[in-house]
Ligand binder design. Structure first.
Ligand code: SF4
Length: 391
């Protein structure tokens, strides 16, 4: 029988040089010496898809070796990055021309730089993407986290990526230990949803089946920002996993506190994946009410329950072309209820994961926490990058 392949996300580091307003991970970096080793990477199972992420993955100067190893055990690799280390990204892509690169850009120039807090971040990200396209890389694109501040840039940024022949991935605000954040919330839901509605219609208009399914994903984001139950089940930890810089295997990056299925530094994959800790986490996932809608947990669900998005796509393509009827955000019952005053903003806020009083567990090891005594995360990472540049 063919070996079952999984969907994995490898968080190679918690160090980050950006200062995003919706993520505090840059304040809580991992200690470089503890970050996942090639020996641990070699213990990972076969995967049909691997996302490499951080922190900022290109802060690791040995990322090429990590990719070389993952390349042997994964059918497809996509790296999520802020695009700051242009030379490192270009150099890696010269060796691995068929991997995917997603650069986080949070809007047009001014909005992006305000949200990301990276000096000249938009131009650096854009220049990196342009270079990759000029090199003939096929699987490159933008990744945007939509919120109140940048919602109006959503369609213009999509159009820009379209003109450049690039992919365009979206997300919205989430709270979790991974983002070291519990206060993210969308304030003006109808305004943000309206921009998603416009994007859905742009995507449905295209000739690309991939974009029609992206339209469904964005339809799900409208449902998410209104705090509703996921429109597809969440099966994280069953055929999907995350591994953090310490070798801990987790179901996902959306939980309030870090959930650990086992540790790959100390266990074999089979021992861990079939062990009691993993089983206990799976039980929790079955009752999880956080209703995340991030591509990491939605993409496997869209493949598994393909008939649900498929039916949605067929219906909307039919309506779009034969009846000239565009998609409306008010197909979501909750959007109609809010417009009609049947549900209040306070009630919707209570359905979100935002918790102004939460004590945030950042998932750091004792040693990584230790290095934060007397120095901030930003100081540690800035000094680290400065030392790397001098070499
Ligand atoms: S809904 Fe799924 S992805 Fe989100 S925290 Fe729960 S198990 Fe994780």
């Amino acid at each position: 029988m063919a070996e079952k392949k999984l969907n994995g996300t490898v968080i190679v580091t918690y160090r980050c040089n950006a200062r995003c307003s919706m993520c505090n991970r840059y304040k809580a970096p991992s200690r470089q010496e503890e970050e996942i080793s090639i020996e641990t990477i070699k213990k990972l199972p076969k995967m049909y898809f691997t996302n490499i992420t951080g922190g900022e993955p290109f802060i690791r100067t040995d990322l090429k070796e990590i990719v070389r190893e993952l390349y042997k055990r994964s059918d497809r690799i996509v790296i999520s990055t802020n695009g700051f280390f242009t030379d490192r990204i270009v150099d890696l892509c010269k060796e691995f021309s068929d991997i995917g690169i997603r650069i986080s850009i949070e809007g047009l120039e001014q909005t992006n730089n305000e949200i990301r807090g990276l000096q000249d971040g938009f131009n650096r990200g854009y220049t990196t993407l342009k270079k990759l396209v000029d090199m003939g890389m096929k699987d490159v694109g933008f990744g945007m986290t939509v919120q109140d501040k940048n919602a109006s840039d959503l369609v213009p940024l999509y159009q820009l990526s379209n003109e450049m022949g690039m992919e365009f991935a979206t997300a919205s605000l989430h709270n979790s230990f991974y983002f070291v954040e519990a206060k993210n919330i969308i304030c003006d839901r109808p305004k943000v949803a309206q921009n998603f509605e416009n994007l859905v219609n742009e995507l449905l208009k295209s000739n690309s089946p991939k974009k029609w399914f992206r339209a469904y994903f964005n339809h799900g984001l409208i449902n998410y920002i209104y705090g509703q139950k996921r429109i597809l089940p969440c099966d994280m930890s069953f055929d999907t996993f995350f591994i953090d810089p310490y070798g801990d295997i987790m179901p996902c990056n959306g939980t309030k506190d870090k959930e650990v299925m086992g540790n790959l530094n100390h266990q074999t994959w089979d021992e861990l994946w079939n062990g009691p800790e993993a089983e206990a986490v799976r039980k929790k996932v079955r009752c999880c009410d956080r209703n995340c809608w991030m591509i990491g947990s939605v993409s496997p669900a869209m493949h598994k329950y393909i008939w649900v998005p498929m039916w949605w796509v067929i219906k909307h393509k039919f309506l779009f072309f034969w009846k000239k009827k565009k998609y409306s955000m008010y197909e979501n019952k909750i959007a109609r209820a809010y417009r009609g005053g049947k549900v209040t903003k306070e009630e919707l806020d209570a359905c979100s994961t935002c918790d102004m009083c939460a004590v945030i567990n950042d998932g750091l090891s004792v040693e990584s926490k230790e290095q934060l005594k007397g120095r901030s995360g930003e100081e540690i990472v800035d000094a680290d990058i400065e030392a790397q540049m001098k070499k």
